[in-house]
Design a protein around this ligand. Structure first.
Ligand SMILES: NC(=O)c1ccc[n+]([C@@H]2O[C@H](COP(=O)([O-])OP(=O)(O)OC[C@H]3O[C@@H](n4cnc5c(N)ncnc54)[C@H](OP(=O)(O)O)[C@@H]3O)[C@@H](O)[C@H]2O)c1
Length: 235
């Protein structure tokens, strides 16, 4: 660990769940980490007390002004960004309902976070990205058109499918600059979002995602939508 050059790493949605574990993983590696949160929590504050290389910043990724302000603050600390995890996202269990009972007015607010949020952050951070930088957008198998099995959850699945498309376009746009973009299904995580039926250990999956961002060259250049092990998923 000590011989590895520290990375600069930005994680959104970092106060709990997968985001918190990504922060913890990279701090343990000795990296410099910016944790973006809507509001911090005790676990992140404990890390902040113990880790001088951790910056905690407030940003609701559905608000362009807040994202821009957080990005401007980060640019005062760092000249470049090596790894961006667009992790923040929301889910509503109430969407496990027939179309007749689905509140379609909620769809656009979920879209603003799950689909557009990642692009908002990437847009502001582009000036700090460089040849070798990696963007990992946390999506879901729910965003796959090719293997869709659902009969409900319109808002979540549609928002993640849109994130997949945004990620694909971005990956093509920044390819010449040597920036890799991945869009990843992390598994069925034991987090607040995953709920009681979840099967996958969140810290273990955070470590898997870090393997991807730290070793992007191990994944074929045309492979963008992947699982936590870097295996391709059907768009
Ligand atoms: N859990 C699963 O089984 C599963 C499966 C597939 C994909 N995913 C994806 O994995 C990612 C992480 O999920 P998780 O399981 O760790 O969920 P989680 O425990 O619910 O955590 C989600 C995080 O996103 C933050 N967030 C939500 N809306 C935000 C906004 N507008 N601006 C900034 N931050 C916001 C939350 O902040 P607050 O604390 O302020 O609410 C929270 O820190 C999500 O993108 C999710 O869709 C999860």
């Amino acid at each position: 660990m000590k011989n590895m050059k520290p990375k600069t790493v930005l994680v959104t949605g970092a106060a709990r769940g997968l985001g918190l574990e990504l922060v913890r993983h990279h701090l343990q590696r000795g990296d410099h980490v910016a944790a973006w949160v809507r509001s911090s929590g005790p676990a992140l504050e404990a890390l902040r007390s113990a880790s001088p290389q951790l910056l905690v910043m407030q940003a609701d990724i559905s608000r362009t002004v807040q994202v821009r302000q957080a990005a401007d603050t980060l640019k005062q600390h760092w000249q470049q960004l090596d790894i961006l995890y667009n992790n923040a996202g929301i889910y509503r269990a109430a969407d496990l309902a027939d179309l007749a009972e689905t509140d379609l007015d909620q769809l656009s607010s979920m879209y603003e976070i799950n689909a557009v949020g990642a692009l908002r952050v990437a847009q502001q951070m582009l000036p700090l990205l460089h040849d070798g930088s990696v963007i990992l957008n946390v999506s879901s198998e729910a965003g796959s058109l090719g293997q869709c099995w659902r009969k409900s959850e319109y808002a979540y699945a549609m928002s993640k499918a849109a994130l997949n498309m945004g990620s694909l376009i971005l990956s093509r746009a920044v390819k010449e600059q040597g920036i890799r973009v991945f869009v990843v299904h992390p598994g069925y995580l034991k987090t607040e979002m995953g709920g009681p039926g979840a099967t996958d250990d969140t810290a273990e999956r955070a470590a898997c995602l870090a393997q991807i961002t730290l070793n992007p060259q191990k994944i074929p250049a045309d492979r963008i939508y992947i699982d936590h092990l870097g295996q391709p998923l059907p768009w």
